[in-house]
Ligand binder design. Sequence first.
Ligand code: PMP
Length: 366
Amino acid sequence: MPTNPLNHLNFSAGPGALPESVLLQAQQSIIEVPDVGLSILGISHRSDWFTSVVAELEDNIRKLLGLAGNYHVLFLQGGTTQQFSMIPMTLLRGRTTAADYLHTGYWSGKAITEARREGSVREVWSGEASGYRQLPSEEELVFAPDAAYLHYISNETVEGLQFHRVLGRDDVPRICDMSSDFLSQPCEANRYSLIYAHAQKNIGPAGVTVVLIRDELLKDAPGDLPGFLDYRNHIQAHSNYNTPPVFAIYVVLLISRWLLNDIGGLEQMGEINRRKAELMYRTLDESNGFYRGRAELQARSTMNATFNLRDQKTEQRFLAEAHAAGFSGLDGHRSIGGVRASLYNGLTLAAVEQLAGFMEDFLRRN
Ligand code: PMP
């Protein structure tokens, strides 16, 4: 078996790098799933095998997070973007009270736009004035005690901003988009009423979105939602309401096994991710201003390190040379440009060491 079948190291913000051992099992499953005798691309979503995949994955996620029994674990389609709509459709439509939203960057802006279609939104805090380079301190936040719910994004993927604490009041439903840091570290999941995260950053390929939802949150949901957009239908059908993405869900199962058995759990995963981020930011901070971190220090993300070089021309040359040297996916998001190194679960510390070495060398040559 090759030890490194890939020519490029994947620093993309998503879909992102997946562990090599998982890729090899996924490759095998395309030809034949062990013990089933069929390609995964042709296995029925109603088969006993797929039922057992969903059950084991749900169980693994519960184990990894220490999730309480009053949560449903769902595997849905439509990406995180669909959740931006499903959440306010379920919890805001027809209500007189507003929902509290934090506007911390590109993706929370999208979530707010969708919520406003369904009801009233109060922006608790906006990072617009700082160009979305900061996150609020506790003193800057006043949450409404009667809000329909509080919504925020734990890690703003575009800007590279991450909350390193849980926000909000315990008596208001707390809802969080964890798309870009889900299962990358422990997260006190039981303090949230709803957590959602698409797979294509830390836990698999695109096509499936994990939703953890506390049962009581749905008690007043409207009765006339489209069937596909009603969480209750997915709960009742055990994430098999219509044909689900069998392959994507299987890869997420492989990742959950890898997290449990190879990595040893979320404490260990968090420690590895912290070391990767530390090395990345040290490389920026010890460059005498050659590499300029975008996010304010306390808000720096362990998942997406965003930075600029002294001018556009040098930045473009850096990106071109990095790509030629085998470092893929470093371009910043189209909305803000710059450089973004994404350090998801599947990317190894050795890969970050190689990038840091390249960056030091580029600095010396320039
Ligand atoms: N939320 C966050 C934090 C994201 O990073 C992204 C995509 N990168 C989205 C939402 C949108 O996700 P999707 O493409 O699955 O709809």
